[in-house]
Design a protein around this ligand. Structure first.
Ligand code: NAI
Length: 327
């Protein structure tokens, strides 16, 4: 049966936007039978570039794509949105302190949260990609009091996919054979890529690799992969980030039967992560909702790593709270 959904993408003229929109329009995110209405939000200076992308989207003649609208007004961009991909953000410029960065982004994600609150569809699903993604998601959620908290998520799927790919390369297996990997905490270098419960071809990963490799190569490589991409490519990750956003929303909508993945979701206090923080957890999607996997083994080494990343999330939250930016 044909259904249709409105998908809003912010930062549509940016490099992730350019890699993301064509896959959404082709049906890679919602499936070939869901028709898509795209709404692109940009700042006034980039509206024309986004209109250029809209021309190219038209030229692809994608069967699922019903329409593309470009605007610089958040209220119309989120009107009736079923899925909102918040990609556009304020990057850190030279000499900018962390507090300035958080404040500049709160000036984007606060109003967008309010626009989602007032104009989006009842079942809206929000994925924040723009950094600092976890805290931007917290700010958007705090400014959308009528939208259930679990509708706001932050993207750590790219980190998850990087971890799976690194393990598969090390073990010489297929990525599809790797299961049970978790990214915990913040989408930042403090994140904890955890293989405690991971398997490859059904074998515990911990029995296949040694601890020294995990600690001195795997964890830092995954956590700092963004910097490695910038160094080698000369620009930050774009297509891989877009692909992870597609994976996140596709799994959220269609479910993850029998396996889990990682996503930044609002904590319910699980695993000692303070309630209300947007932190990455092991999650499965059931009936259109992300559920945090319960009862997983968290040894001391993991607990310390999770606590360190969560402490960073708390510091970001406290910084925006003192600025009065949490709604
Ligand atoms: P980009 O600079 O190429 O594009 C960003 C776009 O956002 C620009 O076109 C800009 O005009 C637009 N924009 C800025 N403020 C806006 C606003 N208020 N409303 C609508 N649009 C606005 O950046 P790129 O490479 O596309 O990355 C976007 C964001 O994604 C960055 O914050 C980046 O750090 C983040 N990112 C997150 C990842 C994750 O795993 N969570 C991975 C990679 C990037």
């Amino acid at each position: 049966a044909q259904s249709s959904m409105t998908v809003t993408v912010t930062g549509a003229a940016g490099q992730i936007g350019y890699a993301l929109l064509f896959r959404i329009a082709s049906g890679a995110m919602l499936g070939p039978d869901t028709r898509v209405r795209l709404r692109l939000l940009e700042i006034p200076a980039a509206v024309r570039a986004a209109e250029g992308t809209a021309l190219e989207l038209s030229d692809c003649a994608f069967a699922p794509l019903d329409s593309v609208d470009v605007t610089d007004r958040a209220t119309s961009a989120f009107d009736g949105a079923d899925v909102a991909l918040l990609v556009g953000a304020r990057p850190r410029s030279a000499g900018m302190e962390r507090g300035d960065l958080l404040e500049a982004n709160a000036g984007i994600f606060g109003p967008q949260g309010r626009a989602i609150n007032d104009h989006a569809a009842d079942g809206v699903r929000v994925l924040v990609v723009g950094n600092p993604a976890n805290t931007n998601a917290l700010i958007a959620a705090a400014n959308a009091p009528d939208v259930p908290r679990d509708r706001f998520t932050a993207m750590t799927r790219l980190d998850h996919n990087r971890a799976v790919a690194q393990l598969a390369a090390k073990l010489g297996c297929r990525t599809a054979d790797v299961e049970g990997v978790t990214i915990w905490g913040n989408h930042s270098a403090s994140q904890y890529p955890d293989v405690t419960n991971a398997t490859a071809g059904g074998q515990p990963v911990s029995s296949l690799v040694d601890e020294a490799w995990l600690e001195s190569e795997f964890i830092p490589r995954v956590a700092k992969r963004g910097a490695e991409i910038i160094d080698v490519r000369g620009a930050s990750s774009a297509a891989s980030a877009a692909s992870a956003a597609i994976d996140h929303v596709r799994d959220w909508v269609h479910g993850t039967p029998g396996r889990w993945t990682s996503a930044g979701v609002v904590s319910d206090g699980s695993y000692g992560v303070p309630e209300g923080l947007v932190s990455s957890f092991p999650v499965q999607a059931v009936d259109g909702r992300w559920e945090i996997m319960q009862g997983l083994d968290v040894p001391d080494f993991s607990r310390r790593r999770i606590e360190a990343s969560v402490a960073e999330l708390e510091a970001e939250r406290d910084a925006v709270r003192v600025l009065g930016l949490l709604g």
